[in-house]
Ligand binder design. Structure first.
Ligand SMILES: C[S@@+](CC[C@H](N)C(=O)[O-])C[C@H]1O[C@@H](n2cnc3c(N)ncnc32)[C@H](O)[C@@H]1O
Length: 318
């Protein structure tokens, strides 16, 4: 896949950075992780199967695998559990992932500039469900980055089943590792900001990756409050260990202004519902999801007593 990535980045401006990204990716893939032999085996087995066309068939990113191949494929895909992002359909296999990403994409995509012929960065791409949706929306290239190796393996497994893969890639990198290069027309940061120890650093770096006339699409947890306010969870938030800070909408406006954005548009605020985040067989047995993270007597509160997860989408320009 990294070879294909280099070929896809032969033209300016990505040719300036592609070699460095590949070297960083190779080094990220060579860390010690006890699961890698299992994931590599699944990837090799999947790589031997027949390749087919990929397209979006509501709500699935769909690969038209021939029926006879799917018994084994199902076994191999289960080696790559948990499938947090999706959904995907591979022949008769429906990977109904924990998150139904189609709901988010339908919420966001009507508000953004058309991705046709644009160079796109998807920060915190997970297994590339959205990166693929971006590429299938005719982006010139969509580059996802996510340091979590399993998600990179999931993406490679899916890509290896595609006859003519769209111009989408996922690299095992963190945003902070990318060189400051303002080469992207559209930069997405969805579900990532609240995981950052330094939220301003994240926002400033996103801005540095954008062309002068580029567009940032920021989707993140917020507190719906008219005041400047930020929640710093004492311990977990909705059972998540790594939520550093959740701002009010007003606070997020001032963060984005400080990061240098002059046009900031709030286009949606939504409380996360169990149709969008749910337990499914694809996240493993006895796994928990949203409904288990909320107060059983009041679904407007998390189990820790904080306001239940609400997500806002901001479209920002220089
Ligand atoms: C909650 S998931 C969101 C995935 C997807 N963007 C979505 O909206 O559903 C956050 C992802 O961001 C990744 N992530 C966290 N910090 C990151 C960083 N600094 N750079 C790139 N990815 C990051 C995590 O590994 C995780 O897969």
């Amino acid at each position: 896949m990294l070879q294909d990535f280099l070929i896809a980045c032969q033209d300016p401006p990505l040719d300036r950075v592609s070699q460095q990204l590949v070297e960083q990716s190779i080094s990220a893939f060579s860390v010690k992780n006890g699961n890698i032999p299992k994931w590599n085996k699944a990837l090799t087995q999947i790589g031997h199967l027949e390749k087919s066309d990929v397209k979006y068939i509501d709500p699935y990113v769909t690969i038209n695998i021939k029926q006879k191949n799917t018994y084994n494929l199902n076994k191999y895909l289960k080696q790559l559990i948990p499938w947090r992002k999706g959904p995907f359909q591979l022949g008769d296999i429906k990977i109904d992932s924990e998150w139904n990403g189609d709901i988010k994409w339908k919420r966001i995509s009507p508000h953004i500039k058309s991705l046709e012929n644009r160079t796109v960065l998807d920060v915190g791409s997970g297994n590339g469900y959205f990166t693929l949706r971006m590429a299938l929306s005719k982006a010139k290239i969509a580059i996802g980055i996510d340091p979590f190796l399993l998600f990179n393996y999931q993406f490679q497994a899916l890509r290896s089943l595609m006859k003519s893969p769209p111009n989408a890639f996922v690299l095992p990198l963190r945003l902070e590792q990318l060189p400051d290069t303002n080469v992207f027309d559209s930069v997405f940061s969805m579900g990532v900001l609240y995981h950052q120890k330094d939220h301003m650093n994240h926002l400033r770096k996103l801005k540095k990756m954008l062309k002068d006339d580029g567009e940032l699409i920021l989707e993140t947890l917020i507190i719906e409050d008219d005041y400047e306010y930020e929640l710093v969870p004492d311990g977990r938030y909705a059972r998540m260990r790594n939520v550093s800070i959740v701002p009010s909408i007003k606070t997020l406006y001032s963060w984005l202004t400080s990061a240098g954005f002059s046009t900031i548009k709030l286009v949606s605020v939504n409380q996360t519902i169990p149709e969008e985040q749910r337990t499914t067989p694809w996240i493993g047995e006895d796994s928990a999801s949203l409904i288990d993270f909320l107060d059983p007597n009041n679904n407007n509160l998390t189990i820790e007593g904080y306001p239940a997860p609400k997500r806002a989408v901001f479209i920002c320009r220089n």
